[in-house]
Write a protein that binds this ligand. Structure first.
Ligand code: GLU
Length: 373
């Protein structure tokens, strides 16, 4: 049951009913805007269901970290100017909506005896090791049996919470990343365009081809869509974290996903040959869907296989002109995607053949059989 009381009824204990503090397996649970907000308002029934889901996880002995969207959608209703498109408008909407989002979550969780604390992060706190402060906060909260409630600090710039949750799952070496949404998982083709689309239960290794089949679009006020969720899946599974995409309808979904019961679509942790890519490399390679692809000459493929910088002179074909920071698929001479990474050009991409296109440490090797060009 929900109340309007913002105060935590048991602030002194800081522990969870039915579970020793901080003893459980770590799980990162991300919920999207459309699973929490209806017509610009936090939906009490949806919030109640989220609380049930988390509470059942806690009773089962898990230590959840919750990543919630919804601030922008809620904030947009607070001023007529905020209904417009544009990044600055989104940032302002987030500034107005975040406190409303968090205080409702805090009150609802407190009703169940769960103590929460709010963290507004950007990916930089997770991928730049010298910004070490957040690890102490998260570790201490989890040890004390509190539930960290995380959102992107959208007032500074809006990114994507699926990706943030994936980074967090790798940062904490969680047992599970659960991406809750309003569809029951991944389909073998875009279910909004095809009645024959069939759900996929188990993904052994994500491929660019599967990504292309899955399609999907953003909606419901968030920045999500299936392509972004798959970006998150690349990051989490390369970090060694099992990942599940499922819908919000069943409050046992967290416990079921953690127990590896068949729920939604499960992505197995990636088997990586050689050194595991660091979290910063994973972020640069997978934080957005690729803008396009480049096909390498044999020397370019060798450079990628040795983990060296890919240079303009290594490229024989490119379907786009790329800007600094774009994500691209790097394909072998026969067109197979072999890596994905971030284009790094000093200023506009230059024709200097020796200049770097994708620097060592900015791409991740992937394997796929289908040609991408
Ligand atoms: N963090 C944003 C919000 O709270 C949304 C971004 C996203 O949905 O990924 O509204």
């Amino acid at each position: 049951m929900l109340t309007n009381t913002p105060a935590d009824p048991s602030p002194a204990t800081g522990t969870r009913a039915g579970s020793p503090a901080g003893s459980g397996d770590r799980v990162v649970l991300k919920i999207g805007t459309s699973s929490l907000v209806t017509d610009g308002r936090l939906d009490p029934a949806k919030l109640d269901r989220l609380c049930d889901t988390v509470h059942r996880g806690v009773i089962a002995g898990l230590s959840p970290v919750l990543v919630t969207s919804g601030a922008i959608a809620i904030g947009r209703t607070r001023h007529p100017a905020l209904a417009a498109a544009g990044t600055v408008v989104q940032q302002v909407a987030a500034a107005l909506g975040q406190s409303r989002l968090y205080s409702a979550i805090q009150a609802a969780f407190a009703d169940r005896g769960l103590q929460t604390g709010q963290l507004l992060l950007t990916p930089y706190e997770l991928v730049e090791a010298h910004r070490g402060g957040v690890r102490h906060t998260l570790e201490t909260m989890l040890t004390l049996g509190m539930i960290p409630v995380v959102n992107e600090n959208d007032a500074l710039g809006v990114r994507n919470n699926d990706v943030l949750a994936a980074l967090l799952s790798g940062f904490l070496q969680a047992d599970l990343l659960l991406l809750l949404t309003d569809v029951p998982g991944l389909y073998d083709r875009d279910p909004t365009r095809s009645d024959d689309a069939r759900p996929i239960g188990d993904v052994v290794a994500l491929t660019p081809e599967l990504e292309r089949l899955a399609g999907g679009s953003a909606g419901g006020g968030g920045t999500g869509g299936m392509r972004m969720k798959l970006g998150a899946c690349w990051i989490a599974t390369f970090s060694g974290v099992r990942t599940v995409i499922a819908d919000t309808t069943d409050p046992d979904v967290l416990v079921a996903a953690h127990s590896a019961d068949p729920v939604g679509t499960a992505f197995r942790p990636r088997a990586v040959t050689g050194a595991t890519p660091g979290i910063g490399t994973l972020w640069r390679a997978f934080r957005t869907p690729p803008r396009g692809s480049v096909r390498c000459a044999p020397a370019g493929l060798s450079a990628v296989e040795r983990g060296e910088t890919l240079r303009h002179q290594h490229i024989v074909e490119s379907h786009q002109t790329f800007d600094n920071g774009d994500v691209v698929d790097i394909c072998a001479p026969d067109g197979r995607p072999v890596a994905r990474g971030e284009v790094r050009c000093a200023g506009p991409c230059t024709a200097d053949p020796a200049s770097p296109l994708v620097a060592a440490g900015d791409y991740v090797r992937i394997v796929e059989e289908q040609p991408c060009l």
